[in-house]
Design a protein around this ligand. Structure first.
Ligand SMILES: CC(C)(COP(=O)(O)OP(=O)(O)OC[C@H]1O[C@@H](n2cnc3c(N)ncnc32)[C@H](O)[C@@H]1OP(=O)(O)O)[C@@H](O)C(=O)NCCC(=O)NCCS
Length: 189
């Protein structure tokens, strides 16, 4: 199996998760504000949740089902990059399409980290994975995420009422679906 690559941007390193990340993931992800807008995370979120999540990621890559990177902030000096979030794409090979998802720890919001990580991920998706299209679903109540998608020039394609049910509760959320075609990405760069 081809090893998952590491991607670098001016401030970030996007790398494979490893078991040693579980404490840090639990620390970052144990946040109600973060979980309320994510499909796959619940609150509270502990080290065992992080361990289970991390343990699934490498086989997902090996099977070509998804690719998830830890988003790490590189220090100005040469010290180790600090894990601050995650970004991934769930792959639909039949349609040569992927669905983008991401989160950043609350202490790091508002610094352009998600935007920078999304740009790197889109480049990887189109140029390395050869996808034809990337989509992203964003809850209507999450304008920060919609703004990230707009900043990377994804275009809203749909608005679906009560489309997402949060953790088997009575809470049904409206969803905006964004998309970006490889042709548009190539025209942009
Ligand atoms: C959404 C999220 C990933 C954004 O991460 P981030 O690193 O802060 O994003 P960026 O700094 O790159 O960009 C955020 C943009 O949203 C804007 N923004 C923040 N809060 C906003 C709000 N309430 N309304 C409108 N825009 C808002 C910021 O001003 C910024 O835009 P700007 O650069 O034009 O000023 C982060 O808040 C997060 O992890 N949230 C919880 C998980 C989540 O929602 N994931 C996405 C699921 S689709």
């Amino acid at each position: 199996m081809i090893p998952q690559p590491t991607l670098r941007t001016s401030r970030l390193e996007l790398r494979q998760f490893c078991p040693a990340d579980e404490q840090r993931v639990a620390l970052l992800a144990n946040d109600e504000q973060l979980a309320r807008n994510l499909r796959s995370f619940s609150y509270p979120y502990d080290v065992e949740d992080a361990r289970n999540w991390i343990s699934e990621l490498s086989s997902e890559w090996d099977q070509g089902k998804s690719v998830v990177f830890g988003v790490c902030l590189r220090p100005a000096d040469s010290g180790p990059a600090k894990l601050v979030g995650a970004i991934g794409i769930v792959l639909d090979r039949q349609s040569n399409r992927g669905e983008l998802g991401y989160w950043v720890g609350r202490d790091y919001w508002g610094q352009g980290i998600a935007t920078e990580a999304c740009l790197s991920m889109l480049d990887f998706a189109f140029s390395q994975l050869g996808l034809n299209k990337v989509t992203a679903e964003c809850l209507v109540r999450n304008p920060a995420s919609a703004r990230v998608l707009e900043k990377v020039q994804m275009r809203q394609e749909g608005y679906f009422e009560n489309h997402f049910r949060k953790n088997e509760t009575d809470e049904y959320c409206d969803v905006r679906v964004f998309g970006l075609l490889r042709t548009a990405w190539n025209a942009r760069t």
